[in-house]
Write a protein that binds this ligand. Structure first.
Ligand code: ZN
Length: 216
């Protein structure tokens, strides 16, 4: 999702994009990671991405971090908005925690096999749910990733483009964001479903008791 999302954000002229990834481009990535070309195979992903994005829009400042981040606090506090295009729960929760702490809107996307999900957590608003309200950190979840399970390539384009759309709406203050709703897309049957998401008053990450305990 990061590839299509970053392309649309750069093309739209967002001022600064910070990309973080520890991988190099692999031939098997090319079917869905549309920033890369055959000659990108073996290159550091964030460097290849910066090249492709600045070719589209040289006025956008692209910060390329070639590492696997665990602490997101500093980066999130310096950003206006965060897109989560990752594929594992530990990273998703770490990003969510930083967004709750610094009150930054989080646009979260997921795609696996033929199933896509899109969520917005506008954490500038105290009443908004966070990612952990929906998927608690201590929940027993089966970790399945695109790299092992596969994903229908155009689905990452659909979800990534929608992440960019929601991000641009939030940054520009246009329309109604998806905050408080989870969109689920079944690509096989071409069906969208929307589910209301409410803040969990007992959420260990964003509830008032959790934040006051953390502030002590
Ligand atoms: Zn929460």
């Amino acid at each position: 999702m990061g590839c299509p999302a970053a392309l649309y954000l750069a093309a739209a002229g967002v001022g600064r994009l910070t990309l973080a990834d520890s991988d190099k481009v692999d031939l098997t990535n090319l079917q869905r990671q549309i920033l890369y070309r055959s000659e990108s195979v073996g290159a550091v992903k964030v460097e290849a991405a910066r090249g492709a994005l600045t070719a589209v829009n040289p006025d956008v400042s692209v910060v390329a971090l070639h590492k696997r981040l665990e602490d997101f606090s500093e980066l999130v506090s310096a950003a206006d908005l965060v897109l989560d295009c990752t594929d594992n729960f530990a990273t998703r929760h770490a990003i969510n925690r930083a967004c709750v702490r610094h009150a930054r809107p989080l646009v979260s996307g997921a795609a696996l096999r033929f199933d896509g999900q899109l969520m917005v957590f506008d954490l500038r608003r105290p009443a908004s749910a966070c990612y952990a309200c929906l998927f608690p950190e201590d929940a027993q979840v089966e970790e399945v990733q695109c790299s092992t399970m596969g994903v229908f390539a155009p689905l990452t384009g659909v979800i990534g483009a929608m992440q960019a759309m929601e991000a641009l709406k939030l940054v520009a203050g246009i329309g109604e964001s998806l905050d408080g709703r989870l969109m689920i897309f079944d690509a096989k049957n071409a069906e969208w479903r929307g589910v209301r998401v409410k803040k969990d008053p007992a959420c260990a990450v964003c509830s008032r008791t959790a934040s006051s305990a953390a502030g002590r």
